[in-house]
Design a protein around this ligand. Sequence first.
Ligand code: ATP
Length: 259
Amino acid sequence: MAVEPLNEPLNEPLHEPLIELRGVNKHYGKLHVLKDVNLTVGRGEVVVVIGPSGSGKSTLCRTINRLEPVESGTITLDGQPLPEEGRDLARLRAEVGMVFQSFNLFAHKTVLANVSLAQVKVRKRGKEEADRRSRELLERVGLLAHAEKYPAQLSGGQQQRVAIARALAMDPKALLFDEPTSALDPEMINEVLEVMRQLAREGRTMVVVTHEMGFARYAANRVVFMADGRIVEDRTPEEFFTAPESERAKDFLSKILKH
Ligand SMILES: Nc1ncnc2c1ncn2[C@@H]1O[C@H](COP(=O)(O)OP(=O)(O)OP(=O)(O)O)[C@@H](O)[C@H]1O
C-alpha cells in the first residue's frame, strides 16, 4: 500500500536558517578571539549568547553586521554572503539592526529625529512617513510622550528603548543586542527586558549577548555558551541550565547562579 504523504505540519517550529556562520576566525593581534565558530540562527529564533568575560561574545555579535571583519570563514544572511563595504554595508546594518550597551543616540537630535534619521537616509522614506512610523514605534516602546525631548532628558532605560525603536524602524530581518542592559541602573533593566521579551514573543529573529540569565532561561529558544573564543554548548535553555555538559559551563553557572 502506498504511504500517504504527511499533510499535518510538525509540531516543532521549522527554523529556516537566516544567519549562518561557518568556520569563522578572528584575531586581535596575537589574541585568537573567534576560533572556528559555526552558528546558525533560524528565522524567528531568539539565540542568547552567554559566557565568561572576554570569551568573544561581543566580537561574535559584531561580526554579524560586519562591525568586525573576520579573517576566514563565511557569514551569510538569507543565504547571501554579507557585503564587505559600500552602500550594501549600510543596507546590511539596517537589515541586521544592532542595539548596543551604550545607546549611541545623537545627543543634539530629538528622540523622534533619532528614530527617523536613518529611515530617511538609508531606507529613503519621506520625512513625514518616517516620522509617522517613528511615532508608532515610540508608542510601542511606551515613549510617544517623549518624542520631542532630547536623549539627555530621558533615563537610561528610556534611551535604550529609543535605540530599540530606532533599530525596529529599519524593518530589520534580525536584531542583535550586545549587553543591552549592562549600562543600566537595576530598576531600569526590566523595562528594557520587557520590550525585548515582547519582540521575542512576536517571533523576531534575535541574537542577544547578555548576563541576564532570566532572559536566557525564559525568553530564548537557544543558549549558546562561549568560552575562550569557541562555542562550547549550543542547546535549549532547559537543557543548558538544568544539565550543562561541559566543565566550563558548569563552572560558569555555579559562579553566576550562586549570587
Ligand atoms: N578592538 C579590540 N582590540 C583588541 N582586543 C580586543 C578588542 N575588542 C575586544 N578585544 C579582546 O578580545 C577578547 C574578546 O572580547 P569580547 O568583547 O568579544 O568578549 P566578551 O565575551 O564580549 O566579553 P565581556 O563579557 O567582558 O563583554 C577580550 O580579551 C578583549 O579584551
